[in-house]
Design a protein around this ligand. Structure first.
Ligand SMILES: [Zn+2]
Ligand SMILES: [Zn+2]
Length: 475
């Protein structure tokens, strides 16, 4: 089968006449079922990798790691991780996918609403219907859930909330209801952050090709607000310290990270020497040097550790965080060889790193050096390199042969009929499906995290089976 399949796209006359279309269709269906089964295995591996934190040595999430290692785009990678996690609690749907009966498209849709209580019912529908049927059912089911939620909300007028769900294209959508004074603070923070992010471009640097709208700036600003909030907390440092770093150092500390003496931030919070080196990497800095007895030996003048012109050149060169697969735009300028150790503040000694990766490089044991060709080389604490793009695995043999062999060994019987819906082409009763699901109960809190906020009331006219499979960024 696999050998033949390989040849089907070849028009080489020596291969003989093209095979009948029906046979070609069967082969596509059979290979698709094998891919379903293999995708189940892939999701199982991703779940275990995610749970065991295999991505934690340099990546901010399992999805970032997948994006880097396997070339999936970030939206698709996030969705894979979400589905992998959800499948861990859905053994019935998982088993059907393992056997090759359910496509990833169907499983993606099902996992948005499935719970241990309703998964059997949902699976029955998914087996009977096409991928569009399943998408339509899931969308309608979410609307039912949303409507009930609204009815409850009506009873509690003073309800405030922030809701988040992941849209079909992987974007996080937030919906918030805030008291006016909280809202004012939030909006002010968003505007301030957006202003901070885009001030440099407005100074005349035109690195962005496209116009950036106010809405988009606020969206980026929200990211910065969150980053700053997390940074304040995780750093154990002062909020906003990036902009006003006054580091008190014992004379030896900046020159030698192994020195027991510590640096102290302005308001007396202790940070490690390595943290103070990170803060000093890219900041307005006033260095006060103290003698061992605490008296001030020297107060330097306020300077920027990376002058604005150089900073702009660096932003132009790097554009975003240089850590493999990251791409975050708001970055610190990292000195590869720290200025306190005599490292030069020159382009070839500087690198843009987002806050997350800047921290990893200083406090997290990730190392980076600049190769002679100007490309950064990252490595883990144990010296293993982190390539910019990992080499794709070398497939020893035809993947289909591997699938077939593995699936045979697992006792799976996969053929062209395996993933075929039992739908006979007649009218497909969505209302009956919803009725059955409602009788089981509403989706759990977990699945409601993804519920689309669609306040439209559920009317029977909306339940025509005309929906497509929806925007599907995965394929
Ligand atoms: Zn640094
Ligand atoms: Zn980064």
């Amino acid at each position: 089968m696999s050998r033949q399949l390989e040849q089907t796209h070849s028009h080489d006359p020596v291969e003989g006449p093209p095979k009948p279309l029906e046979r070609l269709g069967d082969e596509i269906a059979e290979l698709s079922a094998h891919i379903n089964a293999a995708t189940y295995r892939l999701l199982t591996l991703i779940r275990e990798f995610d749970q065991r934190g295999g991505w934690g040595d340099g990546f901010s999430s399992c999805a970032h790691w997948l994006n880097w290692r396997t070339g999936l785009n970030k939206g698709a990678a996030r969705e894979k991780v979400r589905v992998a996690r959800a499948l861990g609690e859905l053994p019935v749907i998982g088993e059907a996918m393992r056997k090759g009966e359910l496509s990833y498209s169907k499983v993606r849709a099902l996992t948005r609403v499935a719970t241990a209580e309703n998964e059997q019912e949902l699976l029955n529908f998914a087996r009977a219907g096409t991928a569009s049927h399943v998408e339509t059912l899931v969308r309608a089911w979410r609307r039912v859930d949303r409507q009930e939620e609204l009815e409850e909300a009506d009873k509690r007028h003073q309800h405030r909330y922030v809701r988040a769900y992941t849209d079909e294209d992987g974007m996080l959508v937030l919906r918030a209801r805030l008291e006016p004074e909280v809202g004012a603070v939030v909006m002010r923070a968003l505007e301030a952050a957006a202003d901070r992010l885009y001030r440099e471009t407005e100074d005349g640097e035109k690195t962005e090709e496209k116009e950036i709208s106010g809405e988009q700036k606020r969206a980026d600003g929200l990211g910065l607000v969150a980053e700053s909030a997390l940074k304040g907390e995780l750093d154990n440092g002062t909020r906003g310290d990036r902009f006003q770093v006054v580091v008190h150092v014992d004379a030896e500390a900046l020159e030698d990270p192994d020195q027991p003496s510590q640096s102290v931030l302005e308001d007396g919070i202790r940070v490690s020497a390595e943290t103070s080196r990170r803060l000093a990497c890219d900041a307005a800095k006033v260095v006060m040097t103290h003698s061992p007895d605490g008296s001030v030996l020297d107060v330097g003048r306020k300077t920027r550790s990376v002058p604005p012109a150089l900073r702009r050149a660096l932003t132009h060169r790097d554009r975003s965080c240089r850590f493999p697969g990251c791409g975050l735009k708001f970055c610190d300028a990292h000195h590869i060889e720290h200025w306190a150790e005599g490292g030069r503040t020159k382009l070839d000694n500087l690198l843009l790193l987002c806050r997350f990766h800047h921290r990893l490089v200083h406090e997290g044991g990730i190392r980076v050096k600049m190769l002679p060709d100007g490309a950064p080389r990252f490595s883990r604490a144990d010296g293993r390199p982190i390539p910019l793009a990992p080499r794709p695995p070398v497939l020893a043999q035809d993947p289909l042969v591997v699938f077939e062999q593995r699936h045979r060994e697992e006792g799976l019987e996969i053929d062209a009929e395996t993933g075929f819906p039992s739908w006979d082409g007649g009218s497909w009763d969505l209302n009956w499906g919803l009725y059955c699901l409602r009788s089981i109960g509403r989706p759990k809190e977990r699945s409601r995290g993804n519920v689309r906020s669609n306040p439209q009331p559920l009317g029977s006219t909306q339940l025509q089976l005309t929906g497509s499979a929806g925007n599907d960024p995965q394929y």
